[in-house]
Design a protein around this ligand. Structure first.
Ligand code: CP3
Length: 328
């Protein structure tokens, strides 16, 4: 998450004088941004450089992404008429530049490429609040005041993101991740009722694609068993739940991704090493752990720390799955 981002001086140079949406919409530049972290350290996968709001803008929503703030929607969605005006995304016609970026990246990369989209609750929150929100109050109010309109919003976003992810896979993405980053703001009843149905349809429609489907959110400790039921094959978890407990909650027949606290990467290496080894110990060499941070790389992270972290994880996990299978 934010594998390419402001912590990298070479990313800041590429961004200099350019809007982030311009970067996302220009295939040669988006390829370059994706490649920057891969050139610097031996990562096991690349994540497409884009933003969750790129397809939403293509659906006709007037928005920008402001540095230090995030997405800002010009006319936030406030009710029935606004929701019914949203049109479903046609990926080939409306985001051809993303699909071209994926095709170009596959020629360039020697590690797998992860495509992604925003999850329905997170996208709805940006659309309704108009920007990042601590309490998501307008979003939750709409959900409870007008469940039918909310249901339609979830349906349009879910269907659009399903088409978008399918198009990325057809263009060459070898795994896809749904970032429902802010879903953890909901209690389990509301998640079950108001978000899970659209998410389940989203993953259900991708099930035939034969690529790993990753489902991630922040602060989802209480939602993990429900998220598991949404149908992804990999569940991403933040740092708030110890990895072995998260895995127990979702079941050992799905893979887990995570879950080092990104803020730890601002501490001296010895602290980072200790916390990373705790994550690995909790994964216990069991097949199906994807080591990752529990959320995006923070802008003040020293790149050298991440380089050492990648090396550490490689050193400590070489052959570990085989050892686990042999029961040693
Ligand atoms: O991981 C990668 O390298 C791929 C790039 C990526 C970006 N956004 C580029 C970006 C990914 C995976 C995203 C997803 C995204 N965007 C999410 C879901 C993941 C998560 O972090 O929970 C969300 C919620 C957004 C919305 C968004 N875009 C926010 C909140 C911000 C931060 C605003 C800020 O300046 O702090 C952005 C901007 C953004 N998107 C950056 C990057 C690298 C920040 C750097 C920049 O402005 O150039």
């Amino acid at each position: 998450m934010r594998q390419a981002g402001r912590y990298l001086p070479e990313y800041r140079a590429l961004r200099e004088g350019r809007d982030i949406l311009e970067l996302c919409r220009t295939p040669e530049l988006a390829v370059e941004a994706t490649m920057l972290p891969i050139r610097r350290m031996p990562l096991d996968a690349a994540i497409l450089f884009s933003d969750i709001m790129v397809p939403v803008a293509a659906m006709g929503v007037d928005l920008r992404i402001d540095p230090g703030i995030g997405p800002v929607v010009a006319d936030p969605i406030r009710g029935h008429d606004d929701v019914w005006r949203l049109r479903t995304l046609d990926p080939q016609a409306e985001v051809p530049f993303v699909l071209e970026t994926v095709r170009l990246l596959r020629k360039e990369l020697s590690v797998p490429l992860i495509g992604f989209a925003g999850g329905p609750f997170t996208l709805a929150s940006y659309l309704v609040e108009g920007r990042s929100s601590r309490n998501h109050e307008r979003t939750k109010a709409l959900m409870h005041a007008d469940p039918e309109t909310w249901g339609h919003l979830m349906f349009v976003l879910g269907t659009s993101m399903a088409a978008y992810l399918r198009a990325q896979v057809e263009a060459g993405a070898q795994a896809v991740q749904v970032f429902d980053s802010w879903a953890g703001a909901l209690d389990p009843d509301d998640y079950l009722h108001f978000v899970l149905p659209a998410t389940r349809e989203l993953f259900g429609s991708l099930a035939g694609l034969d690529v790993p489907l990753i489902h991630f959110g922040v602060g989802t400790g209480e939602l993990l068993p429900l998220m598991r039921d949404a149908g992804a094959t990999v569940i991403g978890v933040d740092w708030r739940v110890p990895l072995h407990e998260a895995w127990e909650r979702v079941g050992y027949d799905v893979a887990v991704q995570g879950n080092l606290d990104p803020a730890v990467c601002l501490a001296p290496w010895e602290a980072v090493e200790k916390k990373a080894l705790t994550v690995l110990r909790r994964a216990a060499g069991r097949p199906g752990h994807v080591f990752n941070l529990g959320h995006g790389v923070l802008p003040d992270t020293p790149p050298e720390i991440l380089e050492r972290l990648v090396d550490l994880v490689h050193e400590r996990t070489e052959g570990s799955t085989r050892a686990w299978e042999e029961g040693s």
